[in-house]
Ligand binder design. Structure first.
Ligand SMILES: C[S@@+](CC[C@H](N)C(=O)[O-])C[C@H]1O[C@@H](n2cnc3c(N)ncnc32)[C@H](O)[C@@H]1O
Length: 356
């Protein structure tokens, strides 16, 4: 009988890094894919990666250990403390050829891991925190549908809002499918952000912006801006540009961002006559346990039950569905509770293909 040798914690973590490398390949980050494959080899060879990840070899796969480490490295690059690696990081103005499989960038990264191990290790204790501005393209289109249906000012509420950047989605500029939405001088510009049968473009008047998150990020603080920037993948410049634009917009357009669970955010909603209240969330449902998910569903139904022809309510979602690569953009409106599929988008939001 052939017995397979059990995998050691080091081998398992090297496999985790390689798995993340494949995801980076699929999701358009060849730089990170290459760096992670080198890091996996370096871990097996007891190099600086092993010292950085020491004590984390039993972390569960869902903790995204590789992305935590890369976030810590990126923060060093973005704050000017890793100039040699910055030359390979397009988000930091780098333009040097990283080489096949990032072979030329890896020695610089290895030196950063060696020189700044303690600093990078401090990023391993926290989950990656992102706020994907591209997802706002779905919300802006959904708002157009709602306002075209009944022209009313909008109270916007977001669950799992992170830094609340998409609470300003009505102020983004988006084009595609033969139309354009918004102010062309917006700091957030998404050319080609819409495809398919475009929404009926309308001016959207958002009169209040409220978000809740278990770990909200202050988009106006240096720390908050660095945190969100560090988790952008370093060769995804368009994402970084959208993020920087949205951070600037957040400084111009205030929003009320609260540290609270989703159920508390819903419990705070009171519908207002003469307006739409639009409850929105994107890529957050998967983080709710069964009880929280039930509380959210019950809370939405309870608010919906208070809606009238004057005080209208809409629930707009961009949430993953297991087994499908595209994410549905759905809206349910009250009174009535009618659910509609408006379109689909990739998990990062762009482009939205409208089908309604
Ligand atoms: C993947 S992020 C998405 C953030 C944002 N919705 C976006 O699309 O960019 C998930 C967010 O949900 C938040 N979150 C997780 N569980 C939550 C809960 N029970 N209540 C409120 N926020 C929660 C996390 O803190 C995180 O900011």
């Amino acid at each position: 009988m052939i017995r397979s040798t059990p995998e050691s914690p080091v081998q398992r973590t090297a496999r985790v890094l390689r798995t993340q490398a494949s995801h980076c390949d699929t999701l358009g980050s060849p730089l990170y894919a290459g760096l992670l494959r080198h890091a996996a080899d370096d871990l097996l060879a007891a190099g600086p990666t092993a010292a950085v990840l020491d004590g984390h070899l039993a972390d569960p796969g869902r903790s995204a250990l590789a992305l935590r480490m890369l976030g810590g490295v990126h923060a060093l690059v973005l704050t000017g403390r890793a100039p040699e690696l910055a030359g390979f990081y397009p988000t930091a103005g780098g333009s040097a050829d990283a080489g096949p499989e990032a072979a030329l960038a890896w020695p610089a990264m290895r030196r950063v891991l060696e020189a700044h191990a303690a600093q990078i290790r401090s990023w391993l204790d926290h989950p990656p925190q992102t706020n994907e501005v591209g997802r706002g393209a779905a919300l802006a289109g959904a708002l157009c549908y709602l306002v075209a249906e009944t022209a009313r000012p909008v109270h916007l509420v977001e669950l799992g809002a992170s830094a609340g950047l998409n609470l300003r989605a009505d102020r983004f500029w988006i084009s595609g499918a033969g139309v354009s939405y918004g102010d062309e001088s917006s700091p957030v510009r998404m050319p080609g952000g819409w495809a398919g049968r475009p929404p009926p473009v309308r001016p959207v008047d958002v009169v209040s912006r409220t978000g809740g998150d278990l770990s909200p990020v202050d988009p106006l603080s240096q720390d908050g801006r660095l945190l969100l920037s560090a988790y952008i993948w370093a060769d995804q410049v368009a994402r970084m540009e959208r993020l920087r634009g949205a951070l600037d917009l957040a400084a111009q357009v205030p929003a009320d961002l609260r540290a609270e669970p989703a159920s508390a955010t819903i419990a705070g909603i009171t519908l207002v006559p003469g307006t739409w209240t639009v409850l929105w969330h994107s890529i957050m449902q998967q983080y709710l346990d069964a009880e929280q998910a039930r509380e959210v569903a019950d809370g939405v139904a309870a608010v919906g039950a208070t809606a009238t022809e004057s005080a209208r309510f809409a629930h707009v979602t961009l949430e993953l569905v297991k087994g499908t690569p595209q994410t549905p953009v759905e809206v349910t409106t009250w009174p009535g509770g009618t659910r509609r599929l408006l379109g689909t988008a990739p998990p990062h939001g762009l482009p939205v293909t409208w089908t309604a």
